[in-house]
Structure formats: structure tokens, C-alpha cells
Design a protein around this ligand. Structure first.
Ligand SMILES: [Zn+2]
Length: 218
């Protein structure tokens, strides 16, 4: 049997130690992206929570989907609450009887190939929220590699990297992603669904960095 270590702190003999488990109790933070996109995150992407999310995303520890599901559930709940209160009063046209369309941001083709799974999809499935036919898919682009580009080029390079697969006229969308750092992927996801007629009420994610460096605060 292979040795196991805590996904959060690396401690021996447990998949997740008690201390780290306690650090994963959701505490929703809100980050507003430029252009007025509110992002609700179940966890702050730092310390043990960051370790657990990374182990889940990149180290094949798929069973952590269960551990992380409450964080996304809390974020989704806050986003839905925002949609029926603030967003509705700001005239985004959402009524309490309308329903929200949960739209996962897809992993890149390369990321999915490398991991063999889509982290966002796994957590949504834990929550019983699997969307059948994907609304957003990565586009196929000629010469599309991001490798060797600097950060600014990578951010610009995201534009056009996603497309919506169907008409979304009249839909109120909640975008869902795993980790939000610069927010560039979410901005691209918003562009893609708005292009097909959707209103985006906000985004929900597992974890977000408390301070963003890329687009900067004033
Ligand atoms: Zn630990």
C-alpha cells in the first residue's frame, strides 16, 4: 500500500487531517471582477485550503470532491441569494420565480487530458447538479498553445477560448469555476454566454485569492 499524506499540510498517515478538515468549513468571500461580475468563493485560496484544492485539481485526489463540495454549495447559495436581491433590484431582470442556469467553466482540453477528469464537474456531481450537454466548451484554435507567452499575453490570449453551444436568450446564468485568481477565465466565460444572449448574475467557485494582482484594485 502506498503511503498517504494529508492533502492540506502533508502530515502523515491520513488523507486529510482533522486540523485541515476544520480549515475547509466554508466561509464565503466575495470578490468583484472588473465590469461588475461578483464572484462568490467558499474558501480563501491560501494555506491548507490551497493545498487541498491543488491536491484535488492536480494530484488526482478525486475523493476530495466530497470534502470540497460544501464550499461550492455555500458559494452557489450566496450567488443565488445575490441574484434574487441585489441583482434583481439593479434591474438585471431576474425574478424570484425564475431559475438560474448553472454553467460550469470547462477545463482546457489539455488540462482534462492530463488529469483525466474535470474538477468542477466532479464537485457539481457531488451536489447533484450535473448539467447534461455542456453550455460552454473550449474552442479549437490554430496555434493555440499558451506556453512561452508572458502573463499579459496569456490573459489576452484567453479571449475567444470558450464558446457557448446554444442560444441562451432569457437565461440567468451562474458561472462555476474551481479557483479564481485573476478572473480572466471567468471574464472570458461571461463574454461567451453574453454573446449568446444570457444575463450573468454572478459566479461561484471553490476558492478565490483574497487580493487580485493582475487587474488591480484602484
Ligand atoms: Zn493536514
Amino acid at each position: 500500500m502506498s503511503p498517504v499524506s494529508c492533502a492540506g499540510c502533508g502530515g502523515p498517515d491520513v488523507a486529510l487531517c482533522e486540523g485541515c478538515r476544520r480549515r475547509l468549513v466554508p466561509e464565503v468571500v466575495r470578490v468583484d471582477l472588473p465590469g461588475g461580475l461578483p464572484v462568490f468563493a467558499g474558501l480563501v485560496y491560501a494555506f491548507e485550503a490551497r493545498g487541498v484544492v491543488l491536491a484535488f485539481k492536480n494530484a488526482g485526489r478525486v475523493r476530495l470532491a466530497e470534502t470540497l463540495a460544501p464550499a461550492l454549495a455555500a458559494a452557489l447559495e450566496s450567488c443565488a441569494h445575490h441574484a434574487t436581491t441585489d441583482a434583481a433590484s439593479a434591474g438585471d431582470g431576474f425574478s424570484a420565480d425564475g431559475s438560474l442556469l448553472v454553467v460550469p467553466v470547462p477545463a482546457s482540453r489539455r488540462g482534462r487530458r492530463r488529469r483525466g477528469y474535470d474538477p468542477v464537474e466532479l464537485v457539481l456531481r457531488r451536489l447533484g447538479l450535473v448539467v447534461g450537454v455542456p453550455v460552454l466548451v473550449p474552442t479549437v484554435r490554430a496555434g493555440g498553445g499558451q506556453k512561452g507567452r508572458d502573463r499579459q499575453q496569456r490573459l489576452r490570449g484567453r479571449e475567444g477560448s470558450l464558446r457557448a453551444t446554444r442560444d441562451l436568450q432569457g437565461s440567468h446564468v451562474v458561472l462555476v469555476d474551481d479557483v479564481v485568481t485573476t478572473g480572466a477565465t471567468l471574464q472570458e466565460a461571461r463574454r461567451a454566454v453574453v454573446a449568446r444572449g444570457a444575463v450573468v448574475v454572478g459566479a461561484a467557485c471553490l476558492a478565490a485569492t483574497p487580493l487580485r494582482s493582475a487587474t488591480g484594485s484602484p
